[in-house]
Design a protein around this ligand. Structure first.
Ligand code: ZN
Length: 423
């Protein structure tokens, strides 16, 4: 008997052709708009105020005609019109309602929804796994929805939630946990605790796979998990208001956008979609028939990657998170975020640098100051590669590159200084 081959993907949506993907998204959007206009008083109000008919929203591009709704705005709207700001139908029937600080109330889809399942599948979690779920199960969406995702791929879940590190160590050890889901810093705390308790984590535990959410995974920490502790690590990305948004596959190069959400990357000031490869705010619409929240602005910055991934999935990807909207500065229409400058600095042995933005003759002028020796191999590499690497990461050209003596820049100088005046 031939053993049944394991499917490559969570389902067949993940490798739809581009044409099929486009029509799948457009059809789902049209359906949600029609239903939202009919059932949700707030959606109807948004359309009517703009003299917009539901039939005018036919594609992702048309979404630009609707306003962005940030978390702060959603909290405000829900306070004015509790509990769901009129974004749900009055006859809505849902399995569970979560809350998050604000407070903001979130009706969630039924347990049949594939939420987080794609991410866990791509990370290699399967029915043989026993997974420690270190997310809180109390009130918030985290614990229970990650639990659902793990169940969707057949894994056994240990709902360890917000238990102490000592408890987590004991559970992982006694129950032979093979995987972990939670924040990266908490996994490191569990490992440290196990060492304090006299264990050798790599030899005494079976944890070989981890899926992280809710906190950035620093490359140095990732390397430690993988090399020192033999744990294969993956990242997922989502927001409590809209659920799962994207996930990493084994290529670990960008995050695949989930099939149940429409993701736009936009200029937060205008709400217009930016080109692939340009930095902008991640805006999400979750395709669903109960909570009609169109264009939720996450406040996170990223770039859209349209290139095909080596894993075979055809969804577009997000190039990680480059910080929050408020931290970024726009130069000639492109955002520069502190995290991008830190990334550039790390490519040159953590050199200190600073970006200065001026306005000269009605044009933005970008100066980059870099601390460097006057000469030597490091200087010659900076001379040859710095401007190109800057352009590659920030998509903006430097107008003036200035080398300054080491020790000139201090913490309080700031990474980005905007000196423009708008008179
Ligand atoms: Zn991939």
């Amino acid at each position: 008997m031939v053993a049944k081959k394991e499917p490559r993907f969570f389902d067949s949506k993940e490798n739809m052709t581009l044409t099929k993907r486009q029509s799948y998204y457009n059809q789902a959007l049209v359906k949600m708009v029609r239903l939202g206009y009919k059932k949700s008083p707030s959606v109807k109000k948004i359309f009517d105020e703009r003299n917009l008919l539901p039939s005018e929203i036919k594609s992702i591009k048309d979404l630009e005609r609707l306003p962005l709704i940030s978390r702060e705005e959603l909290v405000r709207l829900e306070k004015e019109n509790p509990p769901f700001a009129g974004f749900c139908a009055n006859d809505m029937k849902t399995d569970r309602i979560f809350t998050s600080p604000g407070p903001v109330y979130e009706p969630h889809l039924t347990e049949k929804d594939p939420i987080w399942g794609r991410g866990y599948y791509a990370a290699g979690f399967r029915k043989e796994d026993i997974v420690l779920n270190a997310f809180s199960y109390h009130m918030v969406a985290a614990g229970l929805t990650f639990h659902s995702g793990l169940r969707r791929v057949g894994a056994t879940v240990i709902p360890s939630g917000a238990s102490s590190t000592e408890n987590q160590v004991q559970l992982a050890r006694d129950l032979g946990a093979t995987g972990y889901t939670g924040t990266p810093s908490f996994l490191m705390a569990i490992i440290k605790k196990s060492e304090e308790m006299g264990y050798n984590f790599k030899n005494d535990f079976k944890v070989r796979r981890a899926s992280f959410v809710a906190e950035p995974l620093q490359p140095s920490l990732r390397e430690r998990f993988e090399k020192e502790y033999g744990i294969d690590t993956y990242q997922m990305y989502g927001a409590t208001e809209v659920g799962d948004i994207a996930y990493e596959c084994q290529a670990k190069n960008g995050w695949h956008i989930c099939e149940e959400v429409i993701v736009e990357v936009v200029d937060p000031a205008t709400g217009k979609q930016v080109n692939p490869g340009e930095l902008g705010e991640i805006v999400v619409t979750r395709l669903n028939p109960i909570f009609f929240l169109f264009r939720f602005g996450t406040g996170d910055l990223s770039k859209l990657m349209k290139e095909r991934c080596s894993c075979g999935r055809t969804s577009f990807r997000l190039a990680g998170i480059s910080g929050r909207v408020g931290e970024a500065t726009k130069v000639r229409g492109m955002f520069i975020a502190p995290s991008q400058l830190k990334l550039i600095s790390s490519r040159f042995g953590d050199i200190k640098l600073q970006a200065l933005v001026d306005r000269i003759d009605f044009k933005d002028y970008l100066t980059i100051k870099v601390e460097a020796e006057q000469e030597g191999p490091e200087k010659s590499r900076l001379d040859h590669e710095f401007e190109n690497i800057f352009k590659e990461i920030c998509t903006v050209k430097i107008d003036k590159l200035e080398f300054i003596d080491k020790g000139t820049l201090t913490e309080k100088d700031g990474l980005i200084v905007d000196r423009r005046t708008w008179k």
